[in-house]
Design a binder for this molecule. Structure first.
Ligand SMILES: Nc1ncnc2c1ncn2[C@@H]1O[C@H](COP(=O)(O)OP(=O)(O)OP(=O)(O)O)[C@@H](O)[C@H]1O
Ligand SMILES: O=c1[nH]cc([C@@H]2O[C@H](CO)[C@@H](O)[C@H]2O)c(=O)[nH]1
Length: 314
């Protein structure tokens, strides 16, 4: 099997400096907790780009960075992975997006703050300056960090290309509400699905409603429970894999990227979902927001050795 997917993918979205503090012992609110604080490159769009590139796709990242230390870290992370940074815009005064997360001693998120004012400058006018990257792309990935009018602009201008989207957070996911009918794949968790639909319900019911609103493939992640895929051909479930959980951050981004890549690597939806879950598990075992050791070969060896050769596309 070849591990190179020739598809040129343009990812438009956020890039952050992730500052993650993990407690050594039980978290005590209102006090200083001994622990480990780590900086890593993050942001949903950037994470997806790095994951996809490491899985063999040909990725360009369109985001906006400040002229600061975050820029250097993020550019290096992309370059190390092989992501094309050509479309990236540098803003002269605003600070690079920053995400500050506090994890408990098991690596699970307790609270986080996302300071991403800079991404509001990624307006349709700015995106239009990068027209060549949109034209060259075989598929486009967007996420809900983007301003709503930019999301709409991309979906209207490039409706002939497959567009996949990530809901990011319950606060931002509603920005995707008006473009659901344009989406080939939408990755959400339960809270994001409910926020888009403005109603609650069980996860399968939410996934079905998003599909009824025009999303072709709904990927609804359920944390430690696993994930649901729903499309016109049916519904698939995959349980999460229990493993060493170093850091929750980025598992969903890796799941999404794993699924997008797996659709070109594996024939059956059940296997594609299994590949995606394996990517999420692999990320959870890393202290960074993306596991730098990710690769198709690694996922295949560690998690999918039971699949026959015929399950793979080539
Ligand atoms: N505690 C866990 N144990 C095992 N697997 C997990 C755990 N938490 C998450 N996962 C895996 O990661 C996937 C994505 O997790 P989750 O549903 O929390 O995504 P998310 O809400 O988008 O998270 P994030 O915003 O941190 O990326 C799940 O579908 C599951 O496969
Ligand atoms: O509003 C946001 N919160 C968090 C993130 C990023 O999510 C990643 C984890 O899924 C993490 O890297 C953070 O920067 C974002 O891009 N926007």
């Amino acid at each position: 099997m070849t591990n190179t997917l020739p598809l040129r993918t343009l990812i438009v979205g956020g890039a952050n400096l992730d500052i993650t503090g993990s407690c050594f012992a039980r978290f005590v609110p209102g006090d200083s907790n001994p622990g480990l604080v780590k900086n890593s490159a993050g942001g949903v769009g950037r994470n997806i780009a790095e994951n996809l590139q490491r899985l063999g796709m040909n990725c360009s990242l369109l985001t906006v960075l400040g002229d600061d230390i975050g820029q250097a870290l993020i550019l290096r992370s992309c370059t190390d992975a092989g992501v094309d940074t050509g479309p990236i815009i540098v803003h002269p005064t605003l600070t690079t997006g920053t995400y500050m997360a506090i994890n408990n001693q098991l690596g699970a998120l307790l609270a986080a703050i996302a300071d991403m004012a800079i991404i509001d400058t990624l307006t349709p006018d700015q995106l239009a300056l990068k027209a060549a990257y949109f034209t060259q792309a075989d598929q486009i990935i967007i996420e809900a960090n983007l301003p709503e009018n930019s999301i709409q602009w991309i979906c209207e201008q490039h409706s002939s290309k497959p567009i996949c989207a990530d809901g990011v957070s319950a606060a931002k996911a509603p920005r995707l509400r008006s473009v659901l009918a344009h989406l080939d794949v939408l990755k959400v968790n339960s809270e994001e699905a409910a926020a888009i639909l403005q109603e609650t319900g069980d996860d399968l019911a939410l996934a079905k409603k998003l599909h009824a609103k025009g999303v072709k493939n709904v990927l609804l992640s359920q944390g430690p429970q696993g994930v649901i895929l729903h499309n016109q051909d049916g519904t698939w479930y995959k349980s999460a894999i229990k493993g060493d959980n170093e850091n929750d951050t980025g598992a969903g981004d890796s799941l999404f990227a794993g699924f997008v890549a797996a659709r070109h690597l594996l024939k059956r939806p059940a296997d594609q979902l299994e590949f995606a879950v394996a990517c999420a598990t692999f990320t959870l075992s890393s202290t960074a927001s993306v596991n730098p050791k990710l690769g198709v070969h690694e996922i295949r060896q560690l998690f999918l050795s039971h699949l026959s050769k015929g399950a793979w596309c080539s």
